[in-house]
Design a binder for this molecule. Structure first.
Ligand SMILES: Cc1ncc(COP(=O)(O)O)c(C=O)c1O
Length: 419
């Protein structure tokens, strides 16, 4: 159920009765809407005999669109965040405070750099952490805060940045699910020292794969290229490459950059549409007794919404979230599912194994005390996800009619299972 679904299977969509009795499917992201220039840019890569710098062009275009100084393209967000973790160059055993509702890709790099993830709880009733939940997690080993803007809802960044300033901590963003969401008029990914994005085929700006790091910090950008792309090598006269740190070769392919560039040309309009659709769907779902859609904070000007979700009140229904999600999917919403796998302290069992066995960096030293990880590490996040139903790609193709249909499907499931 929680495996990534092969794209070929996405074709099978249940047909529903539309407004005039005509069958209408709830659309999915596949086949993706492709920017009209994607093929032109791909053709340029081939026609140039691989001499065109499509990656450079995409980096420049994405940085301009975001209004940041640097974009460093990578093969995905997992490598983007891994590159950042390496570039920060903290000490083994240093702690990074992380959102508990996240993706493995959020954590992979910092774990591989031998940093210790410390999960701050989600704010009650939401998918994101907050300054209040972060503060008790700060210790003398904390070096950074990695916030995840889950589903496309940007964390409340002003108090988080204020707290970080007080404690001299770096803040950075996992903006994978929030491409072109806006917080008080400022875009996701521009609200901290740096951010990672994903252009995986499922994502809001879906290419075949891909991602990037963005930052305004010249020195950090240079370090990211050095650690993440140049394999930590410096050119030395009379010798050649000297690898002074064990860096990575996480470079975006030129063909991926061509598709990214084409997709960038259409994504802003799609995001405006997503925002309109998710707000409509949220208001319709909120009318169903016992169902609470993910709350949209007032400060969120634009919600690019990569996934749509809601919680069910267990007191009001005879079934649990898993059964509810199954019935929503059977009712016609493709890929409706439960979201427990996003609870990182429970999903990443290797963390508890390492902590229990005191595997490096959980040995003391470099750690200075004992850690443990389980679903109970973050009870707010655990309780929220216990009753959470979502589908992963609230797509740019929804219409007002789609939103009405989806709300009717959810209402029918709710009424059928009401106590
Ligand atoms: C919040 C979050 N972070 C990181 C990732 C990893 O991104 P990628 O697949 O581009 O490596 C994902 C992908 O699903 C994600 O949703």
């Amino acid at each position: 159920m929680t495996e990534k679904v092969p794209r070929a299977q996405y074709g099978a969509q249940r047909m529903m009765a539309g407004a005039e009795g005509k069958p209408v499917a709830i659309p999915m992201q596949y086949p993706r809407i492709m920017g009209p220039n994607c093929m032109k840019y791909l053709q340029e890569v081939v026609d140039s005999g691989l001499t065109v710098d499509m990656v450079g062009r995409f980096e420049k275009a994405f940085a301009e669109e975001l209004g940041v100084k640097h974009c460093i393209a990578t093969p995905g967000c997992t490598p983007a965040l891994a590159t950042l973790a390496a570039a920060f160059d903290f000490e083994p055993g240093d702690e990074i405070i992380v959102s508990p509702i996240a993706d493995y890709g959020t954590l992979q790099g910092l774990v591989k750099e031998n940093y210790i993830p410390v999960f701050a709880d989600a704010a009650p009733g939401t998918v994101n952490l907050s300054a209040e939940t972060i503060e008790p997690c700060i210790t003398d080993r904390t070096r950074a805060i990695l916030v995840v803007h889950m589903t496309g809802i940007i964390c409340d960044m002003d108090p988080i940045n204020e707290l970080a300033r007080k404690h001299d901590l770096i803040v950075y963003e996992d903006a994978c699910q929030a491409t072109f969401s806006e917080y008080k008029g400022r875009l996701a990914g521009t609200l901290s020292a740096a951010a990672g994005f994903s252009f995986d085929s499922e994502k809001t700006m879906g290419s075949d794969i891909g991602g990037c790091v963005v930052t305004d910090d010249d020195e950090l950008a240079e370090r990211i290229r050095f650690y993440g792309q140049s394999r930590g090598a410096r050119q030395e006269p009379h010798f050649g490459r000297r690898h002074v740190v064990p860096g990575y070769a996480y470079r975006m392919p030129q063909c991926t950059a061509a598709i990214c560039l084409g997709q960038l040309e259409i994504v802003r309009d799609q995001v405006v549409h997503r925002d309109k659709m998710v707000r409509l769907l949220t208001s319709l779902i909120a009318e169903i007794p016992g169902i609470t859609p993910i709350p949209i904070p007032d400060y969120l000007n634009v919600y690019s919404c990569w996934m749509f979700g809601f919680t069910i009140d267990p007191e009001q229904f005879n079934c649990n979230a898993e059964e509810f999600a199954k019935q929503v999917q059977e009712g016609g919403v493709p890929m409706a599912d439960i979201g427990k796998m996003y609870l990182m302290p429970a999903a990443c069992t290797f963390l508890e194994d390492m902590a229990r066995n005191k595997t490096y960096p959980f040995s003391i030293p470099p750690a200075s005390y004992e850690y443990s990880y389980s679903a109970d590490t973050c009870p707010n996040a655990r309780d929220y996800l216990e009753n959470f139903v979502y589908w992963p790609t609230f797509c740019a193709k929804y219409t007002e009619e789609t939103c009405q249909q989806v709300a009717e499907i959810v209402r029918a499931v709710a009424d059928r299972n009401r106590r």
